[in-house]
Design a protein around this ligand. Structure first.
Ligand code: ATP
Ligand code: MG
Length: 631
């Protein structure tokens, strides 16, 4: 058996041989002439000259062997609906949707913006786009009109696909009014809008522009639309980053490289097999939804669960009930979601038969040790932390258990996945740093297949944003700060923007947060560096407590603050002790559940909090303001 070390080394040393082998995991209409063209760094073209199609690989190629097996398992606890689609049925629906789009004049290279709740039609629309070579831009359904308008203007879609409403915690969230507002704000309004009417909210139609999906579908019932065979590097989709550090970047993805990367990741990282069931709790509006609700599981011939609802409705056992019912083998969620479950009765983790489940993958944010232990012990299953980005489309760091089940270490997402030549660089001179030294996480070019090929419509922004932090070298910098131990395991310490410099000591916000959250009464915490005349910068913490009675009076609050500080003193030393620990009820986060430290820091320093188009709850910033005004 190959060891992880050999596998990874070969993926870097012999890129041609390695990726040629992986490329056999997907179907090609025309074989590629070359594995890699890197003649114009940092732009990399994978599988040059090969033609393929994502929809063919996700759907059509499975019809013969597993046409009657489930492809899509749809569960909505919002509308109390459950509906399964076999590969044959999914094929039919996608062909109908492709017929609709073609009928509206959408062709190869045209953009289609998808602004949809978690309903099967959203997946049909995505697959229909890639089937006909159109480029989809899925915009998370929770975004309001301004964020939506900027994405419309960036992608210039011919058609928008949307619905009357989403639903959250049992309440309809109307989409149509927001969409109309966004189109009114837009400089490039779409010609047509296709609307799925769920009967949840009013759906006023604009004559000549808005079209009813059910009517269109009825007219395209028997359409058969052949796959458009795209050259490997032709774009499949555009997707925006979460906007945690500023204006979101429009990530452009290719076709062939993405198909190969996902197929390989299903085998080597997720250990998923055809005929099994994959359940990712993400949303199609995020990269995890693209890669591991839609394309990855289907390419592997697995059934995929699409879930509309919260993790705690009707109760905190709903996800585990789904696992039992559909014999889920592979599950993917986020630390943020697990922290929500942690506030529920732990008995829910034991209530259902989870014997089918092999692995739980968590990504998106640092996974702190208490949360990791709570869920791993509660389920009695291995938890696999994995670190990646919208930009890369699949994990950079993980334990690739399909290659070798290396032991995991708490607090570390693991080791570099094959294809990624990960290194740490000094911010001062760009020199590589060694084991146990902190540095900027970088990836030596070329990026492996599946990663972003450029910023949509802006090659210059791609080069400037990602490839200029290490002088005279083609290194992709990820804006994350980390450290590697002697065994080659990485630990992510925060964003490079979040590195705090206290009297000459460099500290990652993550380190201090990790320490604070080990205090038994802390549910969640954000630490930022705030300018200080004396020390340069000081750390300031904002924490959410589990038991509010411990901070019920100003005296108790002060005592609790002191206690938290002592925890940091004991673990990291007084130099890391936050100057203040403020208590709040909620922390400002992006819609994808990431802490907006940048905005907290700006408020602490009396600056404008910046681009807030992706914030979940704007009132969370008022709490920060109130907390620092207090005392
Ligand atoms: P933007 O780039 O617009 O500021 P973002 O970086 O939050 O937003 P995403 O692509 O959704 O957008 O998130 C990727 C980032 O999330 C990573 O760069 C890293 O900072 C963080 N992250 C993801 N997974 C992990 C993990 N397992 N451990 C620690 N951090 C993680
Ligand atoms: Mg980012």
């Amino acid at each position: 058996m190959t060891t992880y070390r050999e596998f990874h080394a070969r993926s870097i040393r012999d890129k041609d041989g390695f990726w040629r082998e992986q490329a056999a995991l997907v179907d090609w209409k025309k074989p590629f002439d070359r594995v890699l063209d890197y003649s114009r760094p940092p732009f990399a073209n994978w599988f040059v000259g090969g033609t393929t199609n994502l929809c063919h690989n996700a759907v059509d190629r499975h019809l013969a062997a597993r046409g009657e097996q489930n492809a899509l398992i749809y569960v909505s606890t919002e509308t109390d609906q459950e509906k399964n689609y076999t590969f044959n049925q999914l094929y039919r629906e996608v062909n109908r949707f492709a017929g609709i789009l073609k009928g509206l004049g959408v062709g190869r290279g045209d953009r289609v913006l998808i602004y949809m709740p978690m309903i099967p039609e959203a997946m049909f629309a995505m697959l229909a786009c890639v089937r006909i070579g159109a480029i989809h831009s899925v915009v998370f359904g929770g975004f309001a009109s301004v964020s939506l308008a900027t994405r419309i203007d960036d992608a210039k879609p011919k058609v928008i696909v949307s619905a009357d409403a989403g639903s959250r915690a049992g309440k309809a969230v109307p989409y149509k009014a927001l969409l109309d507002e966004a189109i009114a704000l837009s400089k490039c309004p779409p010609g047509k809008v296709v609307l799925v009417n769920r009967g949840l909210a009013e759906l006023p139609m604009v004559a000549g522009r808005d079209l009813d999906y059910a009517t269109l579908r009825a007219a395209h019932m028997n359409d058969e639309v052949p796959c458009e065979w795209l050259e490997s590097s032709e774009p499949s989709y555009i997707l925006y980053t979460s906007g945690t550090t500023g204006r979101p970047k429009g990530v452009q993805r290719d076709t062939g490289g993405y198909a190969v990367a996902l197929a390989a990741s299903m085998k080597h990282i997720f250990c998923g097999n055809a005929g099994e069931t994959y359940f990712s709790t993400s949303d199609i509006g995020w990269v995890v939804g693209h890669s591991y609700i839609v394309y990855g599981p289907l390419i592997a011939g697995m059934a995929t669960v699409m879930y509309e609802g919260t993790p705690i409705r009707p109760d905190g056992g709903i996800w585990w009930k789904i696992v039992e019912q559909h014999k889920v083998t592979t599950m993917f969620s986020s630390p943020t979601a697990i922290r929500v479950l942690k506030k529920q009765d732990p008995a829910f983790l034991k209530k259902y038969d989870l014997s089918s489940l092999r692995l739980l993958f968590l990504a998106g944010e640092p996974l702190d040790e208490p949360t990791a232990r709570w869920i791993a012990d509660g389920l009695g299953k291995p938890v696999v932390d994995n670190y990646w980005q919208t930009e890369t489309g699949w994990p950079i760091l993980a334990i690739p258990r399909g290659v070798e089940a290396l032991p995991s270490k708490f607090g570390s997402p693991g080791v570099p996945c094959y294809g990624y030549d990960v290194k740490l660089f000094s911010e001062i001179d760009g020199a590589e740093v060694g084991a146990d030294q902190k540095g900027v996480v970088g990836i030596e070019g070329p990026l492996p297949p599946g990663c972003m090929t450029t910023v949509w419509d802006d090659d210059e922004r791609f080069v400037k944003t990602y490839w200029t932090s290490v002088p005279n070298r083609q290194v992709y910098s990820t804006f994350d700060w980390g450290i590697r131990d002697k065994d080659g395991y990485y630990f992510i310490l925060g964003r490079t923007d979040d590195v705090i410099n206290v009297a000459g000591h460099r500290l990652g916000t993550r380190e201090i947060e990790e320490s604070i959250s080990s205090h038994p009464n802390i549910a969640e915490v954000a630490v930022v560096g705030v300018a200080d005349q004396l020390k340069g910068q000081v750390a300031v913490a904002f924490a959410v407590v589990k038991d509010a009675s411990k901070i019920a009076t100003p005296e108790l609050k002060l005592a609790h603050e002191g206690e938290v500080m002592k925890t940091v003193d004991a673990q990291l030393g007084a130099v890391a002790r936050p100057a203040r620990v403020h208590f709040v009820n909620v922390l400002p986060k992006t819609r994808s559940g990431k802490l907006l430290r940048r905005s907290i820091q700006a408020i602490c320093e009396g600056r404008d909090p910046g681009d807030l188009t992706t914030i979940e709850d704007p009132t969370a910033l008022d709490q920060i303001r109130a907390a620092i005004a207090d005392r």
